[in-house]
Structures are given as C-alpha cells and as structure tokens.
Design a protein around this ligand. Sequence first.
Ligand SMILES: Nc1ncnc2c1ncn2[C@@H]1O[C@H](COP(=O)(O)OP(=O)(O)OP(=O)(O)O)[C@@H](O)[C@H]1O
Length: 301
Amino acid sequence: MAAARLRLAAWNASIDTDLARVSHLRGNTMTTAAQAAVTHRTVGTAARAQAVSKLYGHGETAVTALDGVDVDIERGRFTAIMGPSGSGKSTLMHCLAGLDAVSSGKIWIYGRDGAASELTAMKDKELTNLRRDRIGFIFQSFNLLPTLNAAENITLPMDIAGRKPNKAWLDRVIGTVGLESRLKHRPSELSGGQQQRVAVARALAGQPEIIFGDEPTGNLDSRSGAEVLGFLRRSVDELGQTFVMVTHDPSAAAYADRVLFLADGRIVDDMASPNADKVLDRMRQFDTHGHNQRGDAAAQR
Ligand SMILES: Nc1ncnc2c1ncn2[C@@H]1O[C@H](COP(=O)(O)OP(=O)(O)OP(=O)(O)O)[C@@H](O)[C@H]1O
C-alpha cells in the first residue's frame, strides 16, 4: 500500500509538472526508434511482458516483487489481476504501464495497427509522452483536481497534451458513464462513485490503447463499485477499450474476461470466463502466508 502511495505521488508529481509545462507541450509528437519499432504479429495484443523481473532494494534486503513474468494482454478485453497481498499485482501493473522500471525483461505496448513500442528501451521523456498519449490510468483515490469541474477534469490530459477532444467520442464516453447532468460539478460536489466515473471518463476520453486500474473500486461502497465496474465493462464491450485492473475483490474480478493470478511474483494461474465463486475458490488455494499451495501454473489446471 505504501508503495502504491509512492507511485500515486509520482503520478501526481508528473501531472503537476505537465501542467506547469502545458504551453511547451503543444504540438509535441513522439519520434523514437522505439515507437517506429518492429511490427510484431500481435494485432490482438495490447501489451506484452517477457521474462520480467523486478527487485526492490539491494543485497540482503532485496525483495523480488516480480520473478520472470511472461504475459500477453489481449486487446479489447477486460483482464483482472489478483493474488495475495504482496504477490506483485501492483508492481506488474505499474511495470506494464511504464510507471515503474523493470530490473530485467522487456515490456511492449502495441498500437492498434500492431506496431510495437518497447517501454523498457525508452528514455524518461519518451516514456512520459507515451503514458500521456497512449495509456489511461484509474486510481483507487480518483485523483481529480479539486478546482476543476467534472468536464474540465475529463479533458485535462488532452488539454495538457495540446490535443483537441473528439467531441462525438467525448459525448459517447460521458453518456457511457452517465455523467451528462454532472459536468459542471466540482469533485467536492460529487459522490465517490460519481468522482470515479469522472476518472473513468477522463481515462477513456483520449482513446488510449490501454487503461490500467489500480483497485478502482477500492474506495467505493458495493453499489457504487458495481456501477463503476458496469461502466468499465461497457467501455470494453461497446467502445472496444482494453482494460487491465488490479483487485482484491472476487466479485470485481468477475466483471473481467480473464483473471491472472499472481503468487510470489509469478503468474500461477490464468482463468477465462471468471465468476465470483470460481475466483474465490482459486483465491482460497493460496495459503495464509500468501504462497501458492500447489506450486506452478501447470499444476493449477
Ligand atoms: N517501492 C518499494 N520498495 C520496496 N519494496 C517494495 C516496493 N514496492 C513494492 N515492494 C514489495 O514488492 C512486493 C510486491 O508488492 P506489490 O505492491 O506489487 O504487491 P501487491 O500484490 O500489489 O500487494 P497489495 O495487494 O498488498 O497491494 C511486496 O513484497 C512489497 O513489499
């Protein structure tokens, strides 16, 4: 949790920096070898991790948060990441999103045309641009700017990037999350569920290739949480969005098309067509220390 707070602070800081630089960013385009990139045969893939490991700290105090993770995230699908506390869920998501650097291995994000951008080969500035232009984020704590109204919060990333919102798309997104009557309200005048719907609309508005959610319903009551998850599901089904979500909640994971289970920094299971009971049963197979009782992915199937 402390780690998640640190990353959120880093994201906030980068938004603040971006706001300060807003005028300089207008017209900025990404031009990199990494973006020009290789075209892999991955039109159905939105992101890929290959042999990704992540260590925090050094020597005797080093913690292995990820241990040789290989995974493809499918385009236009809803993927949930589950596992015991400390199993590496947030670290995996943050590495996939370019918010955290890997210790070894490679991460790619793929354009809708299949062109690959290797995040792990990018310099900071390139990575910042890629995150801003091609990746959406939804955090547990909404992360809205209190002085801006809902409409201004939704278009903020595009304003920062100097991109004009596509009006028809924006209207569709706002309709999808049911915010038409709340656009002039500031965050303090909205319920938690409505604030998170603003954050969902903000993530969708720029038509990013992939959206990552870190416990997006963790601060909501179950009714508002179900509503937000329903909107996220619709964004995948009706708008073709790719969505990856870390959650502790089996009923939240049940909204996904696929659930990846992590234990001790490794993917130990991969469940298609989940429902809350199946997910809960699988979670019960982790022992109280958070380790995978049966060892490896093959053993789980
Ligand atoms: N910045 C950091 N410095 C040191 N160790 C870290 C840091 N971030 C994460 N870790 C450690 O890496 C491991 C994986 O952490 P991570 O936050 O990814 O797990 P998680 O599955 O998301 O946990 P939770 O469900 O509790 O949020 C844990 O042992 C954690 O203590």
